[in-house]
Ligand binder design. Structure first.
Ligand SMILES: NC(=O)c1ccc[n+]([C@@H]2O[C@H](COP(=O)([O-])OP(=O)(O)OC[C@H]3O[C@@H](n4cnc5c(N)ncnc54)[C@H](OP(=O)(O)O)[C@@H]3O)[C@@H](O)[C@H]2O)c1
Length: 293
């Protein structure tokens, strides 16, 4: 199994969670630069993996507004090359996408059948990746996830933990809702998806498909922050200076890229097909924080 973006939030966990399934080859940007479309082909032909798990992506949502071309190459065109090469070598392609393919105007969780309508450059580039993969007739699984955090790297959880040790007050957006999803949960679920998909492929039962993969439940960025701080107060090694978390509307926190107000993704299709039950976002947060971060 080849894992791209092995130093990212999801890639890092994948390299660990996929170990029981077979040999894992971890590729970082130096070993496989997704902006070099020719290099992708050469590397894939040399390695010839059974499974390609593409955890690499251009994920800087705000920067993508000014760098749409680069985002499109990495998130839109590179997945097509991965799909075409996977077809050549008979590999299964696992690819990740995002809640940001939707405009967020729906009043209930989005299903896989809802029509995407991205409202920022990153979302457009990720939708392009979904569509380019789907245009190649080959074995793929696309997993759309949301609000990813990890015990390492730069992400919302780590930012809040740092700020809670420096500041007395934080202002956090309350009117965007979604499900924070631990990168470990994504990687562990991916392992189940790969195992079952490979069995289905052996038995000629496999169908390429797109699924939503997030933790269960929903909250706002404000609610997520409250939960992080509440749970962090119980950790012995952290000394928090934070006294107040103030809820603010999105309009009081302008960003270059617009975000969907509703990021909720229904996970019924994934749970049903793979026999899984996603844990709630706050249970996963508790498990993540219990690690030494
Ligand atoms: N983060 C979220 O909230 C979120 C939400 C929904 C969906 N997703 C999707 O989930 C997947 C995993 O995201 P993540 O949160 O793990 O992202 P991440 O932590 O930002 O990791 C992305 C990885 O991609 C690598 N990368 C960037 N450009 C590359 C290039 N040109 N060639 C090779 N590697 C490159 C980065 O390498 P460097 O370390 O060298 O920069 C990094 O290791 C992505 O498909 C993302 O779109 C993420």
């Amino acid at each position: 199994m080849l894992v791209t973006g092995c130093n990212g939030q999801v890639g890092w966990e994948l390299v660990r969670c996929l170990q029981p399934l077979g040999e894992v080859i971890a590729a970082d940007r130096r070993q496989m630069d997704l902006s070099d479309l020719d290099a992708i082909k050469t590397t894939l032909r040399n390695i010839a993996p059974d499974v390609i798990v593409n955890a690499a992506a251009y994920t800087a949502v705000d920067k993508a507004e000014d760098n749409e071309l680069e985002a499109n190459i990495i998130n839109g065109h590179a997945p097509e090359v991965l799909a075409t090469e996977a077809k050549q070598i008979g590999a299964l392609l696992i690819h990740y996408s995002t809640d940001y393919v939707f405009d967020g105007t729906k009043s209930s969780p989005y299903t896989e059948d809802d029509t995407p309508n991205p409202i920022n450059a990153y979302g457009r580039s990720k939708l392009m990746g979904e569509e380019t993969i789907q245009s190649v007739e080959m074995d793929y699984i696309i997993l759309r996830t949301s609000w990813v955090y990890a015990a390492r790297g730069t992400n919302f959880l780590r930012t809040i933990l740092n700020l809670a040790q420096e500041r007395e007050e934080l202002r956090v957006v309350i009117d965007q809702i979604g499900a924070p999803t631990w990168s470990r949960l994504i990687a562990e679920t991916t392992a189940h998806v790969i195992r079952q998909s490979q069995t289905e492929r052996t038995n000629d039962l496999f169908q390429s498909n797109l699924y939503h993969l997030t933790a269960a439940g929903e909250t706002s960025w404000f609610g997520f922050t409250q939960a992080i701080v509440e749970q962090a107060r119980r950790l012995p090694d952290l000394s928090l200076t934070l006294k107040k978390i103030r809820p603010i509307p999105t309009q009081d926190y302008p960003t270059p890229a617009q975000r969907p107000m509703n990021s909720r993704l229904a996970t019924v299709k994934l749970e049903k097909h793979f026999g899984l039950q996603m844990p709630s976002w706050d249970t996963a947060l508790q498990l993540c924080l219990a690690e030494n971060i």
